[in-house]
Design a protein around this ligand. Structure first.
Ligand code: MRU
Length: 357
């Protein structure tokens, strides 16, 4: 039987090759190409160019990247080794600014290394290997739990809408916003999923529609400007999206266009759910205004995907990669430790306590 995209690992550590192996997501759905990334520059570039993308997946990738950096740091002396490891962390952190999972994972790796201080460089490397693998496995377990909690929010036959790709390709497995969809499919829920194409980089069309269809779900692709129409038709009973960073007050940054979907959902009285591992919650940012928003190249809007340029040469382009949905229009935030509802200042703190962070 032909392999489905879901049979591939989004990312993996190849110990023999000393490489991070990823599916090059810029080539999907046309070609499934696995690439081996060995140097810090290759890993940085793959994250920056969205060859590997999605908040949890870039956290997992950067954790493996830190381990690979540790293997390549040629320092027998611990303090110098740890200093070079710190530089590797800062370098990987600079690849993308919005998804906090990236810095969360590299900080966790650095803490693990510091915890093994005094035991020698070889031991620190081994600790880092185990920590990177643990981060990836935890991501899988977390997505499964988000799936279980998310499924309690919907009923059989519901129409669901999602934006961007918070699917298996954005995590080590199952996805966050897609986890309730995959679980519901296993349990015979018969969901009908609407998938926004997600301009300008088309993660919804290229990735979400692809992976859901490969899994046999009933999926309908729509342009971003069609969401209002399908909602008005009564075809959507719930919206599930992922996120890149949640502020302490519940404001949530996710792929550009998400806040518009939330505003539409509010208008039509449709619940809007944000799926977030606790590693995506940044308690150091009070509100969404404190979340750094990545801006990307104008060519993504004017040229990419077109046979020829589709905008006048020299026109000004604004291309923010993310927007912030106000906590006030988020029905609930689904985490691996339960479902948080307003007031989020309190409910997210309760989730934090459960997570032991
Ligand atoms: O720019 P991307 O493709 O990395 O953006 C991804 C998203 O916005 C996802 O919705 C988010 O990272 C959650 S992934 C589980």
């Amino acid at each position: 039987m032909e392999k489905s995209i879901l049979d591939y690992e989004t990312l993996a550590l190849d110990e023999k090759e000393r490489a991070l192996v990823i599916i090059d997501q810029t080539k999907l759905p046309g070609r499934t190409e696995l690439i081996h990334l060995k140097t810090q520059e290759e890993i940085w570039d793959a994250i920056r160019k969205l060859k590997v993308r999605g908040a949890p997946a870039i956290g997992d990738a950067a954790a493996i990247g830190m381990y690979l950096a540790a293997l390549n740091i040629d320092e027998a002396e611990e303090a110098a080794f740890l200093q070079r490891l710190h530089e590797a962390k800062e370098y990987l952190d600079s690849s993308r600014p919005t998804a906090v999972n990236l810095m969360w994972a590299t900080a966790r790796m650095e803490r693990a290394a510091q915890g093994a201080k005094g035991q020698g460089v070889a031991k620190i490397r081994e600790v880092l290997r185990l920590e990177a693998l643990r981060i990836k496995q935890e991501d899988i377990d977390i997505c499964e739990k988000i799936g279980e909690y998310g499924l309690t929010l919907v009923k059989k036959g519901d129409g669901l809408l999602t934006h961007c790709n918070a699917g298996q390709l954005a995590t080590a497995k199952y996805g966050t916003a897609t986890a309730p969809m995959y679980l519901g499919q296993k349990r015979g829920y018969g969901f009908k999923v609407f998938c926004d194409e997600t301009r300008p980089l088309l993660q919804g069309a290229r990735l979400t529609a692809y992976e859901l269809q490969s899994a046999g779900l009933d999926v309908t692709l729509i342009c971003d400007n069609m969401a209002s129409s399908v909602m008005k038709n009564g075809w959507v009973q719930a919206v599930f999206v992922g996120c890149d960073r949640v502020a302490a007050n519940g404001d949530a940054a996710n792929k550009i266009g998400t806040s518009g979907v939330a505003i539409l959902a509010k208008h039509y009285g449709i619940p809007f759910y944000v799926c977030a591992p606790t590693s995506t919650i940044d308690f150091d940012r009070k509100t969404g205004a404190d979340i750094p928003i990545e801006e990307r190249a104008p060519e993504e809007v004017t040229e990419m995907w077109y046979r020829e340029r589709m905008a006048p040469a020299g026109v000004k382009v604004y291309n923010p990669a993310f927007d912030v949905t106000d906590a006030s229009i988020i029905t609930a935030i689904v985490t691996e430790h339960g479902i948080a509802r307003a007031p989020y200042g309190e409910s997210l703190q309760a989730i934090r306590e459960k997570s032991g962070r």
